[in-house]
Design a protein. Structure first.
Length: 295
């Protein structure tokens, strides 16, 4: 199976699971669920749920075991985008080529839709589910909570917002994005591994290191695309980081150094999973895709 075919299958599986997880039926105020679905189903690469599925398979799991954590992490990621786009934060009007949630609906609905997506993510993991032990479910809830909260993604976003227009060192930039972007990417791999139920400490540590490398590569590539791509391809305004005077890897390192960094990160990712041979093939192919993508 080619990578494109695999990504398409897993993306479609994620979309199907997300569609089943939110319904306007029997709602006394359907616009809330409509805003949730609008944010969940308006495109996107589905990188995080795909990582959940691939890590599950890497650890010898049944793919159905990865459905709940895949839905949970995409819900949480979507909530973060809805809130990031709000006027109080990045004040963006375009996301994935469409109006952002607060533009398509209104600001209050967007805030509440984000809140609902966040809490629904944990409902996905904590509801009675067959195929998991209670220990597995608790471990997944804890993993997602840690990655998303005040020691993870939210902390990274708070630091980012408070340092717009301020110079950052390379180490500060790495720390910020390790929290804001990398924590959830690493969490996706951990969720997939936990869902499989067959996990050695060596394999879990390898996945965590791989997640750290891929998370950093994802952000470096995003920063490059903001400069090198265009609004139509990106589905959001290009050059927005520069316009908002945000600290980025290109602004600190330059374009060529960023491209070299991406190649080093890819080589390190290969070295991390090299001991697992063909079992790691799909994860490494996804790492290549993340670094070579155009949006």
């Amino acid at each position: 199976m080619t990578l494109d075919t695999l990504l398409k299958q897993l993306s479609e599986r994620t979309t199907q699971q997300l569609t089943q997880s939110v319904s306007t039926q029997d709602s006394i105020h359907a616009p809330l669920q409509e805003a949730m679905l609008y944010s969940l189903l308006n495109g996107g690469k589905r990188i995080r749920p795909i990582l959940v599925y691939l890590a599950n398979q890497f650890c010898g799991g049944e793919i159905s075991q990865a459905d709940a954590p895949a839905v949970a992490i995409e819900m949480l990621h979507s909530y973060s985008l809805v809130h990031d786009d709000l006027p109080a934060m990045d004040n963006d009007a375009l996301r994935r080529g469409k109006a952002t949630c607060h533009i398509a609906f209104d600001e209050a609905t967007a805030i509440l839709a984000g809140d609902a997506l966040l809490t629904s993510a944990f409902e996905q993991l904590s509801q009675p589910l067959s195929g998991y032990t209670a220990t597995q479910q608790l471990a997944m809830v804890h993993c997602l909570s840690r990655a998303a909260g005040e020691r993870g993604m939210v902390l990274g976003q708070a630091f980012d917002l408070s340092h717009v227009g301020q110079p950052l060192s390379l180490e500060q930039l790495k720390q910020m994005h390790a929290l804001k972007t990398g924590a959830l990417i690493t969490c996706a791999l951990e969720l997939g591994a936990i869902s499989a139920g067959h996990l050695t400490s060596e394999r879990r540590e390898a996945l965590k290191e791989f997640g750290h490398l891929v998370g950093l590569a994802f952000q470096v590539k995003d920063d490059l695309l903001d400069i090198e791509s265009d609004t139509e391809t990106l589905g959001k305004p290009s050059g927005s980081d520069l316009a908002k005077n945000k600290p980025t890897y290109p602004s600190l390192l330059g374009l060529e150094a960023c491209r070299s960094l991406l190649e080093r990160l890819l080589k390190q990712a290969h070295q991390t999973l090299k001991p697992y041979g063909d079992e790691a093939e799909d994860l490494l192919a996804l790492a290549h895709y993340i670094i070579r993508r155009n949006h």
